[in-house]
Design a protein around this ligand. Structure first.
Ligand SMILES: COc1cccc(COC(=O)c2cn[nH]c2)c1
Length: 242
């Protein structure tokens, strides 16, 4: 997979070359290219923003600069891109989105700031490529760069060969629509707290039931919305207690 990121702070994305993603990049599984948006400005101040039409606070990112940048970046590789614009007003980015993005040959991220990017940029490219405005949560960041780190990590870990232990990606939280329950490891007793007996019983049926009960209990308590969204056939008779 090829990943391009267009940003006024390329240094912010340096971590994409470290650790988990570093190994994936070394193995050629992921190719990351960073592009400084200001490279496509032509004025001495390298201006990327301007006042909003209609007035109001803040600034809007200029369409001309973004157009020249995205034309150049998209043309720099033959693989057809999906454009991803992290934004508070975007559709929710979920594990399902991550799974879908993991099947893409190429993702091009546009990192916006200020009050956003002139809408005509998204409208223009939406006529040629899939363009997603995605939100990683209901809060406002200063720019899209941190969201790109989140999205790229969630996607990259799903690529075959990126994770040391592939089983965990398939069984990770949200895969069955529920939150993960509590996890334990040695010692058996720590600061007077013992590991739940069932987990040391060797009774795998009881262990599976206990784990599902804890996952249902936690999901019902912390994320009732996820429980409500579960397809009917995903809860069996024993689950009805939640
Ligand atoms: C595209 O225009 C803008 C404008 C302002 C900030 C940002 C960065 O994204 C977020 O703040 C965000 C993403 N998911 N949740 C919050 C983008």
């Amino acid at each position: 997979m090829r990943i391009d990121v267009v940003t006024i702070f390329p240094g912010y994305l340096a971590p994409l070359r470290e650790s988990l993603l570093g190994r994936a990049a070394d193995a050629g599984l992921i190719e990351v290219a960073l592009h400084d948006l200001r490279s496509w400005t032509h004025d001495v101040h390298q201006t990327v923003d301007d006042a909003p039409y209609g007035g109001g606070p803040g600034m809007v990112m200029r369409p001309q600069v973004w157009g020249e940048a995205l034309d150049a970046v998209i043309a720099s590789d033959s693989r057809p891109p999906r454009l991803v614009v992290p934004a508070p007003a975007g559709r929710s980015f979920t594990q399902a989105t991550a799974r879908a993005y993991a099947t893409e040959q190429r993702l091009v991220f546009a990192c916006g700031r200020y009050e956003g990017i002139d809408q005509r940029v998204v409208d223009h490219y939406s006529r040629q490529f899939p363009v997603d405005e995605v939100s990683i949560g209901d809060y406002v960041l200063v720019g899209g760069e941190a969201a790109v780190l989140v999205i790229v990590e969630a996607v990259a870990r799903l690529l075959p060969g990126v994770l040391g232990n592939p089983r965990s990606a398939a069984e990770d939280s949200f895969s069955d629509g529920l939150l993960e329950g509590p996890a334990y490891t040695r010692p058996e007793v720590w600061r007077g707290q013992a590991v739940p007996e069932v987990l040391r019983s060797g009774n795998h049926g009881a262990i599976a039931r206990w784990r599902r009960d804890r996952a249902l209990e936690r999901t019902a308590k912390r994320r009732p919305d996820l429980l409500a969204a579960l397809p009917e056939d995903r809860l069996d008779a024993a689950d009805q207690a939640f």
